[in-house]
Design a protein around this ligand. Structure first.
Ligand SMILES: *[C@@H]1O[C@H](CO)[C@@H](O)[C@H](O)[C@H]1NC(C)=O
Ligand SMILES: *[C@@H]1O[C@H](CO)[C@@H](O)[C@H](O)[C@H]1NC(C)=O
Ligand SMILES: *[C@@H]1O[C@H](CO)[C@@H](O)[C@H](O)[C@H]1NC(C)=O
Ligand SMILES: *[C@@H]1O[C@H](CO)[C@@H](O)[C@H](O)[C@H]1NC(C)=O
Ligand SMILES: *[C@@H]1O[C@H](CO)[C@@H](O)[C@H](O)[C@H]1NC(C)=O
Ligand SMILES: *[C@@H]1O[C@H](CO)[C@@H](O)[C@H](O)[C@H]1NC(C)=O
Ligand SMILES: *[C@@H]1O[C@H](CO)[C@@H](O)[C@H](O)[C@H]1NC(C)=O
Ligand SMILES: *[C@@H]1O[C@H](CO)[C@@H](O)[C@H](O)[C@H]1NC(C)=O
Length: 892
């Protein structure tokens, strides 16, 4: 607890105050001089209208300039007969729920304001519901900070919420939050600028919200102009044991007065009948605050003495503790405004507070009290959005008159982040990270305000009516990775620094010549970035992925009939035939089963020379009749296909009914294991490893497609089939096998045979025509898995392609990224991979890139990430960065 007395003075000091106070100017003047810094809003008043309120003297305006959501309503006509404030006759309600915010501006950063909201239901919706039985409840926030919980249980009561706080930016947002207990509404909003020296407990990081303010002994409400700050001083509702006192004498303020209680309030007071009876004041914490562990109370007691003959002295007890400044009881000054302020944290779990004011044993007169205020403290959350970002977003919003539902803090609370932007929090503040204002009908020049969003990584301003030059200030955005300016009418060159920025993907129109004058090294990237229309693809995908059996006619399957043609490319092969007895020996009688392949179990084995192998058994049932011949044909072709990023076939076994393939052993499991499976539990692959693995797998697949005269189609590419060897080098496995096991007589094939749920090319599914681009589709799905760490269709039935596209369209690229990467990645690198994945997974196969194009893009992506890693963590030594980037070209 802390205690402040306004007057810790001895007599000489008092005289100085007395003299000084004569010079004290009281600002009790007409309305005009104080309207500055005052905003009076009648919520629900028809747009554009205003009126001068006779009761208050204020000019109330419609709220349409301060909010663009909600509905206007008049209260029910039968309530018009009541003596109501005019601002209570109509209101704005928010039936659409969520968070709805008023932006009160202009405010001045660092200035202190009193903000008041009033709520009078007046049966505006004509539903006459039983509010006593089921109150209407919603929350009121000041920006991000909980301010009050409004619980409306009467249609005729005016509820008031009031707070004092310091503006953090040049506007103040007052938000109504739907908590699921009825439609929020508001009747009026008032903002009054205060002297900054008042209520010193209200700071930039702490506000105070009013619980109760009373003028004791008064018979009517005191407010503006008696109170220059328009505080509402309600008369006491009367405690019969207290006696009313009043004076007409002028009462003065000390110059150091930090509350400036109106003279009219101080001219009335209450006293107890005798010195033995205390003035006793108690209150309880509102239940909403108890639940939220209120930070504490701020209590102000105001008194003055009306008589100058007898000693009046009293002690103040707060929750049983004696409160005294300078170890002296209070002796109110004659006709001078005196007060005691105190802060206290909640000491009692019941939330019960008591103040007891009792005369000392030497006092002749009983205690006296003119007024009191009880505030609760609102500690500010320090993770609010960076004020520079808030300011910039507010300015952008007003500059372009944004129609979007942008209200309150742009980033917080997370649930209500502004549509079109995403944020990143560093634990202290949130900063705007991506901003998508494409197709937003923006007119005029590109605002300089964008350059204040210092953490911006992605800015999409495409397809607006922006004109004029691209401001140089955009080059201040050092984190920017994507800037899309296409579809506007911009003139002049683009700042060279933007054109040349290595890690920036820039997109612009070249209709009137190249604004980068050919200086953009990544122009081709811009051509590749395209987001396709979603719905048709998705329908096809769902149709395919959610059907267990895909009724596809398989025909015209180009097969790997070109072994001879491959021989020129390959390293020498020692693939050989093993007998069943040899298999038994190699696998130690099939003792170590390491997995389940599509056609049977997989065993670990060791050759005589110590080479570790994986022995894939093929159950005889799947290889009967013609299947057996195909198996042999496939084996023949596989033994000749060799590539650094394809799993090496060591040999095969065609002994009797025991068919088997012997592959090199890949000790680090599959990509699946490392992203979602068993290995991922221990350690998640970082982005550099993921990008490298993607590139290696792409090279392997590219070789299958183009390394031989006739392409080899993998048909079952998935994360399970990309295996990781020593040093985590990726190799594709299970290629070219699946088609050996199709029963040609059947008119349909199961998805297990044709591919894996989630990875199947929708076009193949529909047409039955299999091409290399079916593999490209599957590879695109694998890329998305690598980025997101999520499975293609589970746990939701929405396919990964759709999930990612939705987020990309929302501009929320980083929301796609696997959280386990902990933001340790180069944004452009991720973006390139996502972009490529979305191209690979296009519905129309002819629009998909070839694997060679994929390889080229993935190389860029890996290079970007490697430059980030080398520039950020010098100490990180990579054991597996040995990459043959030039390899692809050598095979052609
Ligand atoms: C109230 O203020 C508005 C805006 O300042 C002004 O246009 C209007 O005339 C004023 N209305 C009255 C009744 O003074
Ligand atoms: C409210 O009443 C006023 C006149 O009293 C009328 O002009 C206005 O249109 C009404 N508003 C609504 C939303 O009904
Ligand atoms: C609030 O701000 C004041 C000064 O502006 C500072 O002294 C105080 O420590 C801050 N309190 C907290 C809780 O940050
Ligand atoms: C004091 O004034 C209040 C407000 O006018 C009134 O309700 C109350 O009855 C008065 N008390 C006495 C003892 O007269
Ligand atoms: C007086 O006000 C207190 C607190 O505002 C309230 O709890 C009490 O019911 C009121 N008493 C009467 C008689 O209105
Ligand atoms: C003051 O009020 C509280 C709560 O009503 C009560 O517990 C206490 O005894 C009272 N004190 C006096 C001195 O009347
Ligand atoms: C008055 O109270 C003080 C302390 O509260 C005590 O020391 C003193 O003896 C009391 N005087 C009388 C006359 O009761
Ligand atoms: C920018 O937005 C447009 C329209 O929403 C979209 O087509 C385009 O792909 C986006 N640009 C980038 C680079 O994301």
């Amino acid at each position: 607890m802390g205690l402040n007395r306004s007057m810790g003075c001895t007599i000489p000091c008092f005289l100085i105050f007395l003299a000084a106070s004569l010079l004290h100017v009281h600002v009790h003047s007409d309305a005009d001089s104080l309207d500055e810094g005052f905003i009076s809003i009648d919520c629900g008043l028809p747009g554009g209208s205003s009126y001068l309120d006779e009761k208050t003297g204020f000019n109330y305006t419609s709220d349409d300039g301060y909010i663009n959501t909600g509905e206007n309503h008049n209260i029910s006509v039968e309530y018009n007969a009541l003596e109501l404030l005019r601002s209570s006759l109509n209101l704005r309600s928010f039936p659409n729920g969520g968070r709805n915010c008023y932006t009160l501006s202009p405010a001045t950063t660092g200035f202190k304001y009193l903000v008041r909201a009033t709520f009078l239901h007046g049966n505006y919706d004509g539903k006459e519901r039983d509010l006593v039985r089921l109150p209407l409840v919603f929350d009121l926030y000041m920006g991000l900070h909980f301010w009050d919980r409004i619980s409306v249980s009467s249609t005729t009561t005016m509820y008031v919420a009031e707070a004092i706080f310091v503006a953090e930016v040049s506007s103040i947002s007052v938000c109504l939050i739907d908590i699921g207990s009825g439609t929020a509404f508001v009747s009026s909003l008032e903002m009054r600028q205060m002297k900054s020296s008042l209520y010193p407990v209200a700071l930039q990081n702490q506000s105070i919200a009013l619980q109760e303010r009373r003028s004791l002994g008064a018979s009517s409400l005191v407010r503006y102009p008696d109170d220059p700050y328009d505080r509402l001083w309600w008369p006491s509702n009367g405690t019969s044991r207290w006696l009313n006192l009043s004076t007409t004498s002028e009462i003065k303020h000390y110059l150091t007065d930090e509350v400036e209680v109106p003279i009219r309030v101080l001219q009335t007071a209450v006293t107890s009948p005798t010195t033995s009876i205390p003035l006793n004041l108690s209150w309880t914490v509102p239940s909403a605050w108890l639940a939220m562990a209120p930070p504490g109370y701020y209590l102000n007691l105001y008194y003055t003495d009306f008589q100058n003959q007898h000693k009046r002295e009293f002690d103040i007890y707060y929750n049983g503790f004696l409160w005294e400044a300078n170890n002296r009881p209070v002796s109110p000054a004659y006709l001078f405004a005196d007060y005691t302020t105190a802060t206290a944290i909640v000491t009692d779990a019941s939330g019960f507070y008591n103040v007891c004011i009792i005369a000392t044993n030497t006092s002749v007169l009983p205690p006296i009290l003119s007024a009191y205020e009880i505030y609760y403290l609102i500690q500010h959350d320090d993770t609010a959005t960076d004020t520079q970002d808030v300011e910039a977003m507010m300015n952008i919003k007003s500059e372009y008159q944004v129609e979007k539902n942008w209200m309150g803090d742009p980033c917080l609370p997370e649930k209500y982040t502004w549509i079109g932007l995403t944020c990143r929090s560093d634990g202290v503040t949130s900063r705007v990270k991506t901003l998508d204002m494409s197709n937003s009908d923006l007119q005029g020049a590109i605002s300089e305000q964008f350059s204040f969003l210092k953490s911006l990584q992605y800015l999409n301003l495409s397809f607006n009516n922006l004109n004029g030059p691209v401001p140089d200030s955009l080059t201040n955005l050092l984190s920017l990775r994507v800037l899309d300016l296409s579809g506007n009418h911009l003139d002049g060159p683009i700042p060279e620094a933007l054109c040349m920025a290595r890690s920036l993907t820039l997109r612009y129109d070249t209709i009137n010549g190249d604004p980068c004058n050919g200086k953009s090294p990544h122009k081709e990237n811009t051509l590749l970035i395209t987001v396709v229309a979603v719905p048709v693809v998705i329908m096809a995908l769902l149709a395919c992925t959610l059907t267990v059996f895909c009724f596809c006619r398989k025909q015209d399957l180009p097969g790997p009939k070109s072994q001879e043609n491959c021989k020129g490319h390959i390293h020498t092969s020692d693939s050989r035939e093993f007998t069943y007895a040899e298999l038994v020996a190699i696998t130690n009688n099939f003792s170590a089963c390491i997995g389940e392949g599509g056609y049977g179990p997989v065993f670990h084995g060791q050759l005589k020379d110590g080479t570790q192998v994986a022995v894939k058994m093929h159950s005889p049932t799947s290889a009967t009749g013609k299947g057996m011949e195909e198996f042999l044909a496939e084996v023949g072709s596989l033994t000749t296909v060799h590539h650094r990023y394809l799993v090496v076939l060591v040999g095969y076994c065609t002994d009797k009914d025991h068919l088997a393939l012997i592959y090199e052993y890949m000790p680090n499991g599959s990509l699946y294991d490392n992203i979602r499976g068993r290995n991922a539990i221990v350690q998640t692959l970082g982005w550099r490893d993921r990008a490298r693995i993607a590139l290696e797998a792409a090279q392997g697949l590219d070789y299958l497609h183009t390394g031989c005269v006739l392409p080899i189609i993998h048909r079952d590419l998935k994360a399970h089939n990309i295996l990781l060897g020593h040093d985590m080098v990726a190799k594709i496995s299970d290629f070219g096998l699946s088609k050996s096991y199709i029963n040609v007589a059947q008119s349909h094939i199961s998805v297990t045979a044709a591919g894996t749920l989630g990875y199947i090319d929708p076009e193949y599914c529909v047409s039955g025509r299999l091409t290399t681009s079916s593999d490209v589709f599957s590879f695109g799905v694998v890329l998305l898995e690598i980025v997101t760490g999520e499975p293609p269709i589970l746990p939701t039935p929405v396919h990964i392609v759709q999930r990612v596209k939705e987020k990309v369209i929302m501009g929320d690229i980083e929301a796609i990224v696997d959280r386990r990467l902990h933001c340790q990645y180069d944004f452009s690198s991720i973006w390139k991979v996502v972009d490529m994945a979305l191209l690979c997974t296009r519905e129309v196969s002819s629009e998909r890139p070839t694997m060679s194009m994929v390889v080229a893009q993935l190389k860029d992506a890996l290079a970007l990430e490697e430059s980030r890693v080398s520039s950020s963590t010098i100490s990180q030594v990579g054991s597996n960065v040995d990459l043959s980037i030039s390899w692809v070209a050598s095979g052609r």
